[in-house]
Design a protein around this ligand. Structure first.
Ligand code: KG4
Ligand code: ZN
Length: 342
């Protein structure tokens, strides 16, 4: 069985993972998050420079974590897109160098397919039909997934404006909570009352697209509330909890609607925002009520990491996929329709 080394550099995390036959053997992660904090968001040039610095040490750390030598790696998978162009180029260049040096095949893969594959490391192969809800800093999408590497992935819906993670990050800023906003709001919300403010549930009216998402109006509603005259007894924690409740309610409602529409009884929630504790608990509650099996990877596999890229690479290798051509390059903006990008 081939050992696949996966490399992820689409944003601010340099992730490396090693997977063989669906089993995670080891991984390592370096993050430049702290360097971006004072800018309130990821600065692409800083992220790219950090990837260059972290790449070789992170590969070494992952190999050490797995108890493996570089010579035992039989294939390389790398995120080819979507993501920040400068950051992606570093990963693709490094992956090509390793593939050339080791004389092993190379696979350029889709970041979101990697997020979906992360769950297979924890819960085993996906069933024949499932609905995927991808919620990250850059994406909010509902997908109809059959075989992750063999069947085209059907895109059911997207956000019309901000991604869910982007909304968490922007609302955290409005509330004066530290970057990254998702974990800050999650923490603050634990001390707050989710019913304190009834924020809108975007696109849930009878004439709205039933699977479509929109978060910029919700963000504006929070801004108006914060800036306006409001009950002084309502705390920042209450506002955080009420905002989080609106996002969790909207996401889970629409994800279950997609399961009903497609007559599917498995929902997989992946991406950084799937780490959110309220989204996890509300999804669990609603899936149980609807007779839908819920699969969410453990938190450390929800946010960007190298293991998920190794996982999708491993699925491709085992399926006999053709390696990517040696002249392939990163594609910063690309919809998810297949796991392999080139
Ligand atoms: O998937 P990811 O690590 O990177 C992208 O591909 O975007 O997702 C990062 C996003 C950020 O917006 C971050 O605020 C959000 O995931 N996030 C969370 C939580 N942890 C991370 N959002 C809500 N609750 C959390 N606990
Ligand atoms: Zn991601």
């Amino acid at each position: 069985m081939t050992i696949v080394l996966g490399i992820e550099t689409s944003c601010d995390e340099t992730g490396v993972g090693l997977v063989r036959d669906g089993v995670l053997l080891g991984d390592a992660l370096a993050s430049s998050m702290a360097e971006h904090a004072r800018f309130g968001g990821v600065v692409p040039e800083i992220a790219a420079r950090a990837h260059v610095q972290a790449m070789v040490p992170t590969v070494r750390a992952a190999l050490e974590n797995a108890g493996l030598g570089l010579g035992e790696v039989g294939a390389i998978a790398v995120t080819a897109g979507p993501g920040l162009a400068t950051a992606l180029h570093v990963g693709v260049a490094a992956a090509k160098a390793y593939a050339l040096a080791l004389d092993v095949p190379l696979y350029g893969v889709h970041h979101l397919a990697g997020h979906a594959a992360a769950d297979t490391l924890e819960h085993g192969p996906l069933p024949d039909r499932s609905i995927g809800l991808i919620v990250s800093g850059g994406h909010t999408s509902l997908l109809f997934v059959r075989d992750l590497v063999r069947t085209p992935i059907v895109h059911l819906s997207d956000t019309f404006d901000d991604a869910a993670g982007e909304a968490f990050d922007k609302v955290a800023r409005l509330l004066g909570l530290p970057y990254p906003g998702g974990p800050s709001i999650d923490r603050a919300a634990r001390e707050g009352d989710p019913t304190a403010v009834r924020f809108p549930r975007p696109l849930t009216g009878p004439n709205d697209p039933p699977l479509g998402f929109s978060f910029s109006g919700l963000k504006t509603a929070v801004a108006r509330y914060v800036e306006g005259v409001h009950d002084p007894a309502v705390t920042t924690q209450d506002i955080a909890a009420s905002f989080q409740e609106a996002v969790a309610d909207t996401l889970t409602r629409k994800a279950l609607r997609a399961c009903r529409d497609q007559v599917v009884d498995t929902l997989v929630i992946v991406g950084g925002v799937a780490a959110n504790s309220r989204i996890r608990s509300l999804a669990q509650e609603r899936c149980a009520a609807a007779g839908v099996e819920l699969r969410i990877p453990p938190m450390r596999l929800c946010t960007d990491n190298g293991a998920m890229i190794a996982a999708i690479g491993d699925l491709l290798v085992r399926d006999g996929a053709r390696p990517s051509p040696s002249d392939f390059s990163a594609i910063p903006t690309v919809e998810l329709s297949s796991a392999q990008l080139s």
